[in-house]
Design a protein around this ligand. Structure first.
Ligand SMILES: CC(=O)N[C@H]1[C@@H](OP(=O)(O)O)O[C@H](CO)[C@@H](O)[C@@H]1O
Ligand SMILES: [Mg+2]
Length: 550
């Protein structure tokens, strides 16, 4: 026997039976499904988090209970590793195995195997910090999680109802506390002070900033946003809309970053509120995604997505590095996915190194770590800027030669404080955007004019088995089913400025088709042609063929 507290686990585990006929999978976003199905998963994740901490010598592990931009009845849970990054991938498989054990004896034996296989010393301490978003199912799920902690013996800290990025911040702050690399005070107040303090220094002496409207997706971003607004005071006047509400079903409904990005339109609740020319942004349900937008003088809606944020920010940092006299000593690079708008990629490659990686924050984050300063954003608004430890060291020891160099160096150092180094963070990214706009005296419209988005269309195709779809070249080409890629290319050639790719979703049981063309109607047509091709070539039922497919 490995020394697991079998009796304690057994007694509690019987209270959380695994629902039959449900297969759980720890995917890119952790476990995510209907909140009502997740009790057993949360209990088991409580134990898993304890074991992960023991494995890492008692370092603090984070647990976040959220389903992000999903509809309100969904919920989910993901683990955060000690530096504030996402769970190591080999443990994703362990999580899946534990969650699917059919009953308590099977669960116990899966635990025994895990402890043995990963050589966990159970006498080590276990420390975890956990939080949840505003979903109604969150309270009961946290209770199940806490029972998991109890069963294995975890020193657990409840961070309450907060954003995903704040939870990541807390994990890193707790693990670096008292060291020379202390990330910040390990409290929400510490997070607020760190961000607002850096922001105030960065905009000192700039023209007053006009009010920014924030659509909080009726979620937890409203709570953190209100605290942040107090810290910022007049330096950034904030108007919070779609705040945390108890209205059932309101979360992410007709609002939030995912709504704006996928619908490419204004949340209806802002129709009578947003004025032409005013800057606005949307957060998602756990405040780790950010999309900006504005109405022009004809009240036309314009969206500034993750690609536009990357372009704005990367160019700004490159200019600062140059102004500080660090050109050639600190290299800035950008990481995107195939979903990045072709116009953004064109804009960026003319200015700095750009890498394309498979979808999923994990891939972007790791690739960004290879640059001195790595800017990464998914088109959907999730991203951040990473300053490597060596770069931070260089900034600390560098001796500027002129006052102008000294000013630029100061800005770079403050950016390191402003930008969440653990994960994409809508509030931190929003402050970053506001800093750049203030420095460049840009309106939203001027920012938008850096480049014009190519018209594009994203379509979902329900197929018999999405596992037959295999890709290469950062998901831009299909290698399986055989022959399909050549047919897609044949279609793409017929469209002016055409680009299209097909990949299986990692979060939904669908295949996604993306298409771009010079003209919007052509982008739509190409997307629906490729969708039709994919459907027909993989045995889609002609009777159920969606009528918009061409
Ligand atoms: C086209 C798209 O937006 N895909 C999203 C979506 O992944 P899929 O694998 O495409 O389902 O969810 C991921 C997790 O939230 C996010 O990282 C990604 O950008
Ligand atoms: Mg999110």
């Amino acid at each position: 026997m490995s020394g697991l507290p079998v009796e304690a686990i057994q007694a509690l585990s019987d209270e959380y039976p695994k629902p039959v006929d449900v297969h759980f999978q720890y995917g890119t976003a952790g476990f995510r499904t209907l909140g009502a199905l997740l009790d057993s998963v949360l209990f088991r994740v409580g134990i898993l988090a304890g074991l992960r901490s023991k494995k890492l010598d008692g370092k603090v592990i984070g647990v976040m209970v959220t389903a992000s931009h999903n509809p309100e009845p969904d919920n989910g849970v993901k683990l955060v590793d000690p530096r504030g990054e996402m769970l190591e991938s080999s443990w994703e498989a362990h999580a899946t195995t534990l969650a699917n054990a059919p009953d308590t004896p099977a669960f116990l034996s899966a635990l025994e195997s895990l402890v043995k296989a990963t050589k966990i010393d159970l006498s080590k301490p276990a420390r975890v910090v956990y939080a949840r978003d505003t979903r109604p199912s969150g309270g009961a799920l946290v209770f199940a999680l806490e029972n998991g902690f109890k069963a294995i013996g975890v020193e657990a800290r409840n961070a309450g109802v907060t954003t995903t990025p704040i939870l990541h911040y807390l994990v890193k702050a707790m693990n670096t506390k008292g060291t020379k690399d202390e990330y910040g005070d390990d409290s929400e107040e510490g997070y607020m002070q760190k961000l607002s303090g850096a922001f105030k220094k960065l905009v000192a002496g700039k023209a007053p900033i006009t009010p920014l409207l924030i659509d909080c997706a009726n979620g937890v971003g409203a709570l953190a946003g209100a605290v942040l607004a107090e810290h910022l005071g007049e330096t950034l006047p904030i108007i919070l809309e779609n705040g945390a509400t108890t209205t059932p079903g309101a979360l992410n409904d007709q609002c939030g970053a995912d709504f704006v990005k996928t619908q490419q339109k204004l949340p209806p609740s802002l129709l009578s509120i947003l004025k032409p020319g005013q800057r606005a942004c949307s957060l998602d349900g756990d405040a780790d995604r950010l999309i900006y937008f504005y109405l022009d003088e004809r009240s036309q809606f314009h969206m500034l997505d993750g690609d536009k944020i990357a372009a704005l920010v990367a160019a700004f940092i490159v200019a600062l590095v140059k102004a500080a006299g660090l050109e050639g000593k600190i290299n800035v690079g950008v990481v995107q996915t195939a979903y990045a708008n072709g116009a953004s990629t064109k804009y960026l490659v003319e200015r700095l190194p750009v890498k394309c990686v498979p979808t999923g924050v994990k891939h972007l984050h790791h690739a960004a770590e290879h640059y001195d300063v790595g800017v990464y954003f998914e088109a959907n608004g999730h991203g951040t800027v990473l300053f490597s430890p060596e770069t931070q060291g260089k900034l600390a020891s560098y001796q500027p030669l002129t006052p102008a160099q000294s000013t630029a160096l100061g800005h770079l150092k403050n950016l390191v404080q402003l930008i969440n180094q653990t994960v994409g963070d809508a509030l931190s990214d929003m402050l970053l955007v506001e800093v750049v706009l203030a420095h460049k005296s840009y309106s939203a419209e001027e920012w938008d004019s850096l480049y014009s988005d190519k018209p594009n269309r994203l379509v979902k195709v329900v197929v018999r088995d999405r596992n037959i779809f295999k890709t290469e070249d950062a998901e831009r080409r299909l290698v399986s089913p055989p022959g399909l890629q050549a047919k897609i290319e044949e279609l793409v050639r017929r469209y002016n400025g055409g680009r299209s790719f097909v990949r299986p979703s990692g979060t939904e049981d669908v295949v996604r088709v993306y298409a771009e063309a010079t003209v919007k109607a052509q982008a739509d047509e190409l997307a629906f042609r490729v969708a039709g091709l994919v459907y027909d070539e993989t045995g889609g039922d002609p009777v159920k063929r969606p009528k918009e497919f061409l």
